[in-house]
Write a protein that binds this ligand. Sequence first.
Ligand code: AMP
Length: 176
Amino acid sequence: MTEQLQRIHDKIRTIPDFPKPGIQFKDFTPLLANSGTLVLTSKLLAEPYKNQNVDFVAGLESRGFLFGLRLAQDLNAGFIPVRKPNKLPADTVSHKYELEYGTDTLEIHADAVDKGANVLIHDDLIATGGTAKACAELIEKLGGNIIGFSFIMQIDSLNGYKSLNESYLCSTLLSV
Ligand code: AMP
């Protein structure tokens, strides 16, 4: 691991049994609170996509909003919030997806993505990959062209990348 990634890694803490027993929650609020790692994380997230003609960064509620907006600014792209149901005020398109137990739904404004626009999806963490995959399907419903996925962390043991289409670019700063 490079010295820069080690600095980011050292600002992520694991909270056992949050929000429910058995979950090892990866909390990156210490990374946000430190001005050095805040700027460094933004810089490293943007690097793989500098020459990819990204039109929009779609950030997943809610932790995906934090660096997603900055990533959009750094790539001269627009930002699109992808939200939980009934949060967005205008007409929406929704996508229901399977969880290990039950289902969940993501929503996006129906006019958020121009047809054929290049979209980069960002979230803080990929676990099983179900959320990121559902987001890609939602954006494709609107005619967007997925460029790739950007995460700060991946949970190695869950191998979430396998649920994402191999033709997309995927980047993660750290395995946790
Ligand atoms: P998944 O759909 O399984 O890839 O889960 C990814 C989503 O759940 C992301 O929005 C993460 O913020 C959140 N998430 C899943 N597992 C964790 C974890 N161990 N720590 C923090 N966030 C998590």
